[in-house]
Design a protein around this ligand. Structure first.
Ligand SMILES: *[C@@H]1O[C@H](CO)[C@@H](O)[C@H](O)[C@H]1NC(C)=O
Ligand SMILES: *[C@@H]1O[C@H](CO)[C@@H](O)[C@H](O)[C@H]1NC(C)=O
Length: 437
């Protein structure tokens, strides 16, 4: 492949020189700037995602949470050109990135992100807040205002958040998560919570416990009950909105959290769609419509360096044990005792399930015991992200910024032989245009 490209490249160059066809554009200078990120220094490697703080003992629909119970919860104040502002929720998924809904960023000129907050009033005495003003966010390219599907965006913080007991990331779901039908989930937000008209937003962060309902295909229970038209259940996760268990105006962009009891961690499985403005929001019994994050994990990865977490492998071993039971016949007192043993073999299957221990929760590539060199991304055969091990330290390279492996002649990342499947035909034409024909 590479040789074929080189031949093609030289032919193109020759053709260009001869003035017969095409033009040759030199590589952009910035692609030569090396960018090696020492993953060990990135906060995400050292912080276990999805660890909640002490839970409130009262678990009632729509209750105020224990302060900082969900340390990944972000408060967003969106500022528009007009000077008006709106509020949304968001989720810390990394030291640098906040997950929210695309519609929350629509028309915004800047977004203030407040982390570690519980009481969002200006006079709040929350001591552990961290505040950022961002002008940079990425909206899903397939989303348009009003769309139900693809309502997802990521906000980049101008500098990394400091992780603490009060500010920590949530886990992202696995790419291959099941539909989670019937799973209990927790919705979070500072939005309208009362059915009294104009009663306003909540001062304190509130949570609502609900259950995932079906959004299968394009005509599931959620699609039928919500009345917002057809949408794909692969891209949307819905939960039951009866008994006041609803997200409302102001909760937009906030997380639907799922607790994985094996790992003891929460992942953000949904992002709140447009919250209902009506004062009847709580009583409408309409489903809660959330963007299904598992569908977008690879999109997040494409736009950040948050590597999707591979699902831990569970191995099941079945061993068959044969036990010999000896039964002795009853003896008669009148005759001399004769004992005839009868042997009955019994087969007992024992199933042992082994799952890796949560202490080794996968958060990145491990260079322990590996010789120095470049390694393919084990979770993505044809990734632009790969790893370099140097004295057991892991560095991450993202092409085309990877300085030391960037080949100036080919004008592309020159992956070494051991980077499996890393050919990038589409990358060359779509994202990394060094030449044009
Ligand atoms: C929701 O809160 C906002 C902000 O306080 C308020 O303007 C709006 O009237 C509230 N909506 C309802 C239905 O109470
Ligand atoms: C990620 O980027 C690659 C390369 O540009 C593209 O082919 C792929 O469709 C993207 N995936 C997602 C989920 O955005």
């Amino acid at each position: 492949m590479k040789l074929a490209f080189l031949v093609f490249f030289l032919a193109t160059l020759l053709a260009a020189v001869l003035g017969q066809t095409g033009e040759f554009y030199p590589c952009k200078a910035d692609v030569f700037s090396a960018r090696a990120v020492l993953l060990h220094q990135e906060p995400k490697v050292n912080v276990q995602c999805g660890v909640a703080n002490q839970m409130s003992s009262r678990i009632v629909a729509g209750s105020v949470v224990t302060p900082n119970e969900f340390p990944w919860m972000a408060f967003l104040r969106i500022t528009f050109w007009s000077g008006d502002s709106a509020m949304c929720g968001g989720t810390v998924i990394d030291g640098r990135w906040i997950l929210t809904a695309a519609h929350c960023t629509f028309g915004a000129v800047s977004i203030t992100v407040i982390l570690g907050a519980h009481d969002i009033t200006l006079s709040s005495s929350d001591a552990n807040r961290q505040e950022f003003t961002s002008h940079k966010w990425i909206v899903h390219p397939s989303w348009s205002y009003g769309d139900v599907e693809n309502d997802i965006a990521i906000i980049e913080l101008p500098f990394p958040a400091t992780f603490s007991e009060y500010v920590r990331p949530a886990c992202l779901p696995y790419v291959d998560d099941p539909n989670q039908l019937g799973n209990p989930v927790t919705l979070l937000g500072w939005g309208n919570y009362s059915s009294i008209p104009d009663s306003g937003f909540s001062t304190y962060l509130r949570k609502t416990l609900t259950t995932v309902i079906s959004s299968a295909g394009t005509t599931g229970q959620c699609q039928q009950q919500s009345g917002v038209g057809s949408f794909s259940g692969d891209k949307i996760i819905c939960s039951d909105g009866s008994q006041g268990r609803r997200f409302c105006y102001g909760d937009d962009g906030g997380p639907m959290n799922f607790y994985d009891s094996y790992w003891g961690t929460y992942s953000v499985v949904g992002i709140a769609w447009i919250g209902d403005k009506s004062s009847d929001c709580q009583n409408s019994r309409l489903p809660n419509i959330y963007t299904r994050v598992s569908y977008y994990v690879n999109w997040i990865y494409n736009n950040t360096d948050i590597v999707p977490t591979p699902r831990p492998v569970t191995t099941t071993t079945t061993t068959t044990t044969t036990t010999t039971t000896t039964t002795t016949r009853p003896t008669t007192t009148t005759r001399p005792t004769t004992t005839t043993p009868t042997t009955t073999p019994t087969t007992t299957p024992t199933t042992t399930t082994t799952t890796p221990t949560p202490t080794s929760y996968p958060s990145g590539f491990d260079c322990k015991g590996k010789p120095n060199g470049v390694y393919p991304n084990p979770w993505d055969d044809c990734s632009r992200t790969f790893f370099y091990c140097s004295n057991e330290y892991v560095y991450e390279y993202v092409c085309p910024d990877a300085g030391t492996v960037f080949n100036e002649v080919l004008c592309e990342c020159d992956f070494t032989e051991n980077v499996a499947g890393c050919w990038d035909e589409h990358q060359r034409t779509e994202e990394f245009t060094c030449y044009m024909i």
